[in-house]
Design a protein around this ligand. Structure first.
Ligand code: MSP
Length: 639
């Protein structure tokens, strides 16, 4: 770990339901893992998206009197927007209707077909349209009536000719692989569950649907009367997402791929998927990490049960950081957990408002009152109580890393909150408020405050994967550069990095105490304060060379989804790389009068030297370049 690659995925969500708590937990967990890997210096790539084909969506479209494409476009956009608004740091949002994905699926189908891994046969069986699969005889034997235990809907008898993947022949190879790769499926209980299925004979997998019954899918490249089965299509998104098969780099990312899923789709990911990969001659992903289900009053939380918890409503009510904290803290990864707003409020009040928030508040108050709002001098070793506190604080980074290695985000948060506890105890033990009255204790008072500010810095760094906004706020209050870039974990394992004399900022309460009755008022914690550290002198403003630029040409940059290469006339013609590809087609920018920061140090982006920066704003998920409302001459100074 550290300075390597990491690739994390969520399941791609069906577009027949709007984002709910279950989707949010998985996506948050993946976001936390991606951020954690960035924190320890890895280059993380995070993929999420939507699963848009299949019976389910086709049926929903018929019921709603619309087309599957329209449903898919609307709900997929809703997922994307929800994750953006929740601050989820995904790198790519994939849709199974993306032409690139359709190509990948056809490519793999053809490949397995050519290898003789697929055959045509007639099959009749009991089918669940919710699960999009036939039930096996063993499963049917376990049911009292022919009703799907997950969807509570009667199974339907379906008989038709279809294509089958020879999955059965891979049973032994898969079992051997799982047994010889201990971290392949985790936690252990799910690995055992899969080894349990593999004791029974494995059936072949039906991978097609006749077009006479379903047209909303990807056509089989070797038989135009059929579309492919939704899981054969959906699982391949994980390869499309990293450019398989065309991008030669897909292999390196693939080797470090971690899939995060809920336990409901264990079989498809732990049996269908690896055997499909074996048949296609693609190496297996690195890890399948499986979490349990959030339940509300003993039922799974999902649309079918009517208990919909909408993430943006929770954000508006309690703040995203509070919601994140509760979800990550109160579910032991791998086990089920029960969801309630009462528990959320209690958890956040106890850990964030009281414990962490009060400690930070006390320390910054004391720093302002006793040492003039700056980082004081650190004294030399002044005895046991100080050393013990430092030791405890420094052990947190190791504990967080150990917990994350074992996919225990809840335990990692525990380790962080314990340092806030220990800081509170340190304040009680040293009583800095008494030292202030005693001149001889000045050095010790400074030492105590220095240690406490360091402790806040370390908590700030360690919290970054879990509570990114709180982390930024803590670090900026103690005057530490924010956790962006690489290898910040090292700074959480050292004491003495804050510079004496640098400014600290007290700010308001870090977290408001929540009440269960809180109703929607768009709050987001922690409060972003516009504190003095964010103010700049007029001198600095004057140093900015902002000019009007006329965009002469704009072109995409191969392999980059975000960047465009522009030639901009700012009195002279400059090459400027702008992160606008998601928001503008290149030709839309040509002829626009934009604002350019002309004296930004040149930087190489995707191998192109960019000399300047085009100013833009992203608001409500839409990007827009800054422009003037009257015609201005290229090169004019903006002041
Ligand atoms: N489209 C398939 C996945 C294809 S992946 C190649 C699918 N989609 S889904 O919309 O039903 O999402 C299922 C996933 O949502 C679960 O695996 C889990 O990650 C998440 N959750 C849905 N309900 C959940 C809970 N109540 N609790 C926790 N997570 C659950 O299956």
């Amino acid at each position: 770990m550290g300075n390597s690659l990491y690739y994390v995925t969520t399941p791609i969500y069906y577009v027949n339901a709007e984002p709910h708590l279950g989707h949010t937990y998985t996506t948050l967990a993946a976001d936390t893992f991606a951020r954690y890997h960035e924190l320890v210096g890895d280059d993380a790539f995070f993929l999420t998206g939507t699963d848009e084909h299949g019976d389910k969506i086709a049926r929903a479209a018929t019921e709603q009197g619309t087309t599957p494409q329209l449903i898919a476009d609307r709900v997929s956009a809703l997922f994307r927007k929800t994750w953006k608004e929740c601050g989820i740091s995904f790198d790519r949002f994939i849709r199974t209707t993306d032409p690139q994905h359709v190509r990948t699926v056809k490519y793999v189908l053809q490949k397995v077909f050519d290898k003789g891994e697929v055959y045509k046969a007639e099959y009749g069986g009991y089918y669940c349209f919710g699960c999009e699969r036939y039930f096996t005889q063993t499963e049917l034997d376990e049911l009292e009536d022919k009703v799907c235990p997950d969807h509570k809907k009667p199974l339907e008898y379906v008989k038709e000719e279809n294509y089958f993947f020879k999955m059965s022949k891979y049973r032994d190879a898969l079992r051997d692989y799982i047994e010889s790769h201990p971290g392949f499926i985790r936690p252990e209980r799910y690995k055992n569950e899969v080894l349990g299925f593999l004791k029974e004979p494995l059936d072949d997998l039906c991978i097609s649907r006749p077009k006479s019954r379903l047209t909303w899918g990807i056509e089989l490249p070797f038989d135009k009367d059929f579309v492919t089965y939704v899981w054969f299509d959906a699982l391949l998104n994980y390869l499309t997402g990293i450019g398989y098969p065309d991008d030669p780099d897909w292999k390196v990312r693939w080797a470090v791929c971690e899939h995060i899923i809920g336990k409901d789709i264990l079989k498809t990911h732990a049996v269908y998927w690896p055997t499909m990969l074996m048949a296609a001659g693609v190496p297996l992903f690195k890890t399948l990490s499986v979490h349990g289900f959030w339940k509300q009053k003993e039922s799974k939380i999902a649309k079918s049960t009517g208990n919909v918890v909408r993430p943006l409503e929770m954000k508006a009510k309690y703040g995203m950081e509070a919601f994140r904290y509760y979800l990550l803290k109160d579910m032991v990864f791998g086990l089920d957990a029960s969801y309630s707003e009462e528990a959320l409020v209690q958890r956040v009040n106890a850990d964030l408002a009281n414990n962490l928030g009060n400690m930070v508040n006390r320390v910054l108050n004391m720093a302002e009152k006793y040492v003039g709002g700056i980082v004081p001098q650190r004294g030399d070793s002044l005895g046991e109580v100080h050393e013990a506190f430092k030791k405890e604080t420094l052990s947190a980074a190791g504990n967080v890393m150990a917990a994350m290695e074992e996919i225990k985000p809840s335990r990692a948060l525990d380790a962080i909150i314990r340092i806030a506890d220990s800081a509170n105890r340190y304040i009680v033990a040293t009583e800095p408020f008494r030292m202030v009255k005693d001149d001889e204790k000045k050095e010790e008072l400074e030492h105590v405050l220095y240690n406490l500010l360091e402790c806040i810095r370390i908590i700030g760094i360690l919290l970054s994967p879990f509570l990114p906004r709180t982390s930024k706020e803590l670090l900026s209050r103690v005057g530490w550069k924010s956790v962006e870039g690489r290898d910040h974990i090292a700074a959480a394992g050292q004491f003495g990095l804050l510079q004496p004399g640098s400014k600290v900022y007290k700010g308001g309460p870090l977290f408001d105490r929540l009440e269960i009755t809180s109703v929607t008022n768009d709050r987001d914690m922690p409060k972003e304060s516009d504190h003095p550290a964010a103010l700049i002198d007029f001198d600095l403003w004057e140093k900015l060379d902002l000019r009007i630029g006329l965009v002469k040409t704009a072109e995409p940059i191969p392999k980059s989804k975000k960047l465009l290469k522009l030639q901009v006339d700012i009195g002279e013609v400059r090459t400027v790389v702008a992160g606008m590809a998601k928001y503008y087609a290149p030709e839309e920018l040509v002829g626009k009068s934009v604002v350019v920061l002309a004296n930004l140090k040149p930087a190489k982006l995707m191998g192109i030297e960019s000399r300047g920066m085009v100013l833009a704003v992203v608001s409500g998920g839409r990007g827009s370049v800054l422009t003037t409302d009257r015609q201005s001459v290229p090169g004019s100074k903006v002041s």
